[in-house]
Ligand binder design. Structure first.
Ligand SMILES: NC(=O)c1ccc[n+]([C@@H]2O[C@H](COP(=O)([O-])OP(=O)(O)OC[C@H]3O[C@@H](n4cnc5c(N)ncnc54)[C@H](OP(=O)(O)O)[C@@H]3O)[C@@H](O)[C@H]2O)c1
Length: 323
């Protein structure tokens, strides 16, 4: 495994992290979830991502990680999405952040969260209130670092500016979607803003939910036992299952094979070639997927291969950003 600094912070995260959305606590059995988390840890993954909005995931991840020394892994969770029907049961007010941090600590079974992330931007709460709440949680030792997820370049710039004015601890990370098909962070200046402000990118859905493994093939039925085959989990992945996308993944699989790699390894190496990325957060329903994906760490893509990848990707029409 290789480790990178999380933006300007001194925290080191594994180049590949493991997340728990649509898997642990939900579609994946507890036994399989534990096997995945154990395999990840045993292979050097130290960065584990969850959220208060992934049903049951904090409990499963926190409980599986109890087997290991607390200092040996980086536990990340999130706050923003509704936890109840009330007006204060969502968002980034001081009240909701403080209450949800306590709730997450209990569900995770830990005394502190390494990285506490604002799952989305809250236009209904003053940024200074949000940033002060995060700073106070750091002063209390309940969280060690704070980050954001799917914030725009302008939102990151505003938060960083206010944080400096108020002399608060800086945000250290942004968690956007990023994969070969979903690249708004390149076009809308998010990568540039993160570099400027020293936020590390911990990108999610790097395999486009499994589409960038090549297992969904043009003209073939959806394989059983996959995220796309399950009506509880296929709400978002369905948007990828277009003929042009699947033709493209078939061509990318051939290009990956010519480099001696599987498409999942190739897709992760394509992301990790960029130094601003601190970690690519994969999901996994089976331990063997993690073992396969981690071979991406040692895969180097030449400029010629990157150019040929762009040529193939240019045949796919635009995706709307998933925010
Ligand atoms: N901040 C946010 O708003 C946000 C949003 C979404 C996700 N996330 C985070 O990012 C994490 C990863 O997202 P994701 O699950 O969409 O990531 P992903 O890595 O793009 O997709 C993961 C899924 O692809 C399939 N897969 C992975 N490796 C495979 C392999 N080698 N061969 C075949 N299939 C393979 C598995 O699904 P099946 O086996 O079930 O087909 C797996 O669950 C989440 O768990 C969460 O922590 C954050």
């Amino acid at each position: 495994m290789k480790y990178r600094r999380l933006g300007r912070s001194g925290l080191k995260v594994s180049e590949v992290g493991l997340g728990s959305w649509l898997t642990y606590g939900s579609a994946t059995s507890e036994e399989a979830a534990r096997a995945c988390i154990t395999t990840a840890y045993d292979n050097g993954i130290n960065f584990f991502d969850t959220s208060n909005s992934y049903p049951g995931a904090e409990q499963v991840m926190g409980s599986a990680l109890q087997a290991y020394p607390r200092s040996s892994y980086v536990l990340a969770t999130k706050v923003f999405f509704a936890q109840g029907p009330g007006p204060n049961d969502r968002g980034l007010s001081r009240k909701h952040i403080m209450e949800q941090c306590e709730a997450s600590l209990k569900k995770l079974g830990t005394d502190y969260i390494d990285l506490y992330q604002c799952h989305r931007f809250d236009s209904d709460a003053p940024i200074d209130e949000t940033l002060r709440a995060l700073d106070d949680l750091q002063a209390q030792g309940k969280i060690l670092y704070a980050g954001v997820s799917e914030w725009s370049a302008a939102q990151i710039a505003e938060a960083s500016g206010i944080g400096k004015q108020l002399n608060l601890r800086p945000l250290v990370s942004n968690q956007p979607i990023y994969n070969m098909f979903e690249r708004y962070i390149e076009k809308e200046g998010v990568i540039r803003q993160c570099e400027t402000e020293g936020l590390g990118l911990v990108v999610f859905s790097p395999l486009a939910q499994g589409v960038l493994t090549g297992k969904y093939k043009p003209g073939h039925p959806i394989p059983e036992g996959t995220r796309a085959a399950n009506d509880q989990t296929n709400g978002v992945i369905n948007s990828y299952l277009r003929e042009d996308v699947l033709q493209c993944t078939a061509e990318l699989s051939d290009l990956a094979a010519a480099s001696g790699a599987s498409l999942s390894q190739f897709a992760l190496a394509w992301i990790l070639r960029q130094p601003v990325v601190s970690s690519a957060i994969i999901g996994s329903s089976r331990p063997a997927q993690i073992e396969e994906n981690l071979k991406a760490i040692d895969l180097e893509l030449t400029p010629d291969i990157v150019k040929r990848t762009e040529d193939i990707l240019s045949k796919v029409s635009h995706f709307a950003p998933a925010r």
